[in-house]
Design a binder for this molecule. Structure first.
Ligand code: MCN
Length: 792
């Protein structure tokens, strides 16, 4: 079935209410911490209070003797059992041909701690209180070392985080043709320059990380329950790379998961510690992070420092872009950390524009901070922020409108080969911009600005035309770029004798509504009610295989795998129907849940075929197996390229520096939309996360001590619903050309496109008082300071 036929099926494009919401809204969800196993003990981790220190000694005697304590494990126990460190899933090769530096990432510290929150010991006790009390009794003698928390100090060599990378440098990576870029700059009529920081963020999923390690002595099998986005990948990494266990002896279950935003993709030290200790103690062991623990130990996001230059001709056409970025990777390489500032970032720097030459150089650094990895958007928000900021700055310098400069440079011919590896299959960028202008009533901006001025407020408008590559990705290309894993997806469609269906998918839903949208896809294809389809995910024991959910890949890759399985179901069902109706296979048509014989009025419903497959009394057993159960693996041939234009209007109070977002219009192209209600929710969530980064959120470490200064919600400002206006959301649809659904991912778009729209609006407002630059988050204090500085 082609993507355009698919888009016209019933259920596709319908705002079907979420099937999963009944259990979530009635308190019947089952998150990891809700699970209570027999013989369950509790673990607490003793974490480093210092950013960088040598461990001189650890005395566990008092803790071990405390009431209820079953064991206290430290680094030497792990080393003694030959448990390896955590692997990094993406190998980056430096410009000099050398592999990136990959220092060991032990699950419990081996002689040295490298960030506040680093794992030093694990205490296991009968109750959580006993484990907590005993953890207080673990005595660790530290010899403090100087710490580096940002790339400036890491570069300056204020301290060495790892012996294996004495200069703190992990890799230097580049893409693009530098000579061509330099030549284009030599011919430029105008060059716009920009220095910016992409602020570090803490993901803060509503459910903190949690895990239970379980062990069955009778079968020598482990089960890990874990709040995670990709259980099969977790299992693969843990068994093959860290514990050296046969994969089939470990089952990983990621039950209901209360948000991840990237931070639960990774294999974390706690997961391995619990699994390993479960066998040692022959006990089931639970750990749930508290919020402070989450702040210090979840992988953080962003943290780039960049310099960019854009060369333009006299008509405002972009000739070339050059960028240098320093990326802070934190103390250790988290699972996908190295791909974020390279493959997921630099390849997006052509944006929606025809810029013929782009050159990007990235230096990645170790620091004494929590590991940094993918967080909603991963690399693409950083690229979009840089590009859309420099484009709006160039417009201001040349006296062009923010819309005009974008219009002059938009790509309009597809497929389009960018100078930074990606090939965009389809899009309509002018249509998104025009629709956003119309929906956002840009024509009325001048009037609104005058009304704001009458109240003593400064009004500004900001544009951002983002593109992202998602639906990650063709395995062969990812492999050539350093991925140490495949990036396909698997789907199994099990038709039951009565015609209802269970789908088993390798994607994982942790807020994205897959149980509904995937059911819509299956119901649409088979012509059955959505209620007759259930979706199973998050269990290596039930789902054949899976690469999980991140990079807005689930509908376009996971959904496509299900479509492939449905192709097989349909092909087999047609043979059964042909037999039942005594017709040739080639004459069978399938539509609206019925098989019919071409040119006749003979037809039978899908349910009858399903029943026949399982009660094969009248069945071509010589040619066909009974049953109707098919599995498919789907490896996409390209990314999908959602794109759109966002327009933000802010009012700034020059007396207080307070920024109020007054209007926000988002027009996105997600190709074919399965469920517009769910997509709208995804966009809302993304927008709020992006606007949170732009105006409020900031993860700050103390430069001297390396302490996390924003380690709680008292210090780290999370956005709330009443911080923003109702969003104005619209769509343009150019269906993806290479997947069977025509879909493009929507899960990250809002977080990618919104930060530059907000900051461009703030700067437009502040241009009236001479402010030319501001970094995120544009907090009242920062805005006020910038206004004061501009006065002098
Ligand atoms: N969808 C659709 N039509 C489209 C595109 C998507 O109906 N054209 C639907 C999908 O079927 C799915 C949802 O929208 O139900 C999101 O789909 P998709 O864009 O494929 O993204 P994923 O499901 O792969 O989700 C991952 C994405 C990412 S990368 C992050 S980070 C993120 C996000 O989703 N984390 C989230 N949204 C989140 N939402 C919640 N509540 N919690 C998180 O942790």
């Amino acid at each position: 079935m082609g993507a355009s036929d698919f888009a016209n099926l019933p259920h596709i494009g319908e705002p079907v209410l979420r099937k999963e919401d009944y259990r979530f809204l009635t308190g019947a969800g089952q998150y990891t911490d809700d699970i209570v196993l027999a013989q369950q003990a509790h673990a607490v981790f003793v974490r480093s209070p210092h950013a960088h220190a040598q461990i001189q000694s650890i005395n566990t005697r008092a803790a071990s003797e405390a009431p209820g304590v079953l064991a206290v494990y430290v680094g030497t126990d792990v080393a003694g059992d030959k448990i390896n460190g955590l692997p990094c899933g993406w190998l980056i090769t430096s410009t000099d041909g050398q592999p990136m530096k990959e220092p060991p990432h032990p699950i419990l510290a081996q002689g040295k701690v490298r960030y506040v929150g680093d794992h030093v010991a694990m205490v296991v006790a009968e109750t959580l209180e006993q484990a907590r009390n005993a953890a207080e009794l673990v005595e660790v003698q530290y010899q403090l070392l100087p710490a580096v928390v940002d790339v400036a100090d890491a570069k300056a060599g204020k301290a060495s985080v790892h012996q294996e990378a004495a200069d703190n440098h992990c890799y230097k990576w580049a893409i693009g043709d530098k000579a061509q870029v330099d030549q284009a700059f030599a011919q430029a009529a105008h060059v716009t320059k920009l220095d910016l920081v992409n602020n570090r963020l803490v993901p803060n999923a509503m459910e903190p990380r949690a895990a239970i390690g379980a062990y069955n002595r009778a079968s020598d099998e482990y089960t890990l329950y874990v709040s995670n986005q990709n259980p099969h990948v977790e299992r693969l990494l843990m068994t093959a790379f860290v514990m050296g266990l046969p994969e089939h002896k470990v089952r990983v279950i990621a039950p209901d998961v209360g948000g991840g935003f990237g931070s639960k993709i990774y294999l974390y030290a706690e997961d391995v510690c619990l699994t390993w200790a479960a066998k040692k103690l022959n006990r089931n062991i639970k750990w749930t992070a508290d919020r402070n623990e989450a702040f210090v130990s979840d992988a953080h996001g962003r943290d780039h420092v960049s310099h960019a230059e854009l060369a333009l001709d006299k008509n405002g056409k972009f000739l070339a872009l050059k960028v240098h970025t320093d990326a802070n990777l934190g103390a250790y390489l988290s699972t996908f950390a190295t791909a974020v500032p390279t493959i997921l970032y630099a390849t997006l720097l052509a944006g929606q524009y025809t810029t013929p030459q782009v050159y990007v150089e990235v230096d990645a650094w170790f620091t004494n901070t929590a590991p940094v990895d993918a967080y909603r958007g991963a690399g693409r928000p950083e690229a979009t922020y840089l590009l859309e900021r420099i484009v709006s700055r160039a417009a201001a310098e040349l006296g062009l409108g923010q819309d005009e400069i974008r219009q002059r440079n938009f790509i309009t011919q597809f497929p389009y080969q960018t100078p930074v590896a990606l090939q965009y299959d389809i899009g309509d960028y002018p249509a998104c911009l025009n629709k956003a202008k119309e929906m956002g009533d840009v024509a009325g901006f001048a009037q609104r600005k005058a009304a704001s001025a009458a109240k003593g407020l400064l009004r500004g408008i900001g544009y951002s035309s983002y593109i992202e590559a998602c639906g990650i990705a063709p395995s062969n290309i990812a492999g050539a770029l350093g991925a140490r894993a495949g990036l396909f997806e698997c789907g199994e469609v099990r038709v039951h004798p009565t015609g209802s269906v269970t789908v088993f998918t390798g994607s994982h839903s942790h807020g994205q509504g897959h149980e509904t949208t995937f059911a819509q896809v299956v119901a649409a294809r088979l012509g059955i009610p959505v209620e007759n389809v259930d979706v199973v995910h998050g269990d290596t024991g039930r789902v054949p295989f899976g690469m999980g959910t991140y990079g807005s890949r689930s509908i376009s890759v996971g959904g496509a795998a299900i479509m492939r399985a449905l192709d097989k179901i349909e092909a087999k069902a047609k043979k059964i129907a042909a037999h039942l109706m005594e017709a040739s296979d080639a004459d069978i048509e399938f539509a609206n849940g019925e098989f019919s014989v071409k040119g006749t009025d003979k037809k039978i419903p899908f349910g009858q075929v399903a029943l026949t497959a399982y009660v094969p009394h009248n069945y071509p057993l010589d040619k066909l197996e009974p049953g109707l159960n098919e599995t498919a693996f789907y490896d996409p041939t390209n990314f999908t390229f959602p794109a759109g234009t966002y327009i933000c209007e802010v009012e700034v109070d020059p007396q207080t520096g307070v920024v109020r977002v007054d209007r926000f219009t988002a027009v996105d192209d997600f190709g074919t939309i399965i469920n517009p209600m769910i997509v709208e929710g995804q966009v809302h969530g993304g927008l709020v996360q992006g606007m949170g980064q732009a105006l409020m959120e900031n993860c700050v470490y103390d430069k001297e001590s390396g302490q996390l200064l924003t380690g709680s919600f008292m210090d780290y400002a999370m956005p709330r619903a009443d911080d923003f206006p109702t969003f104005n959301i619209g769509h343009v649809c150019t269906p993806c050309t290479h997947n069977p659904l025509g879909t493009k991912g929507c899960g990250e778009a809002g977080a990618i496109g919104s930060p530059p729209a907000v900051i461009n609006a703030v700067l437009d407002a502040l241009s009236a008082v001479g402010v030319k630059d501001i970094d995120m988050p544009a907090s009242p204090h920062r805005v006020w300071k910038a206004i004061q500085a501009a006065k002098h």
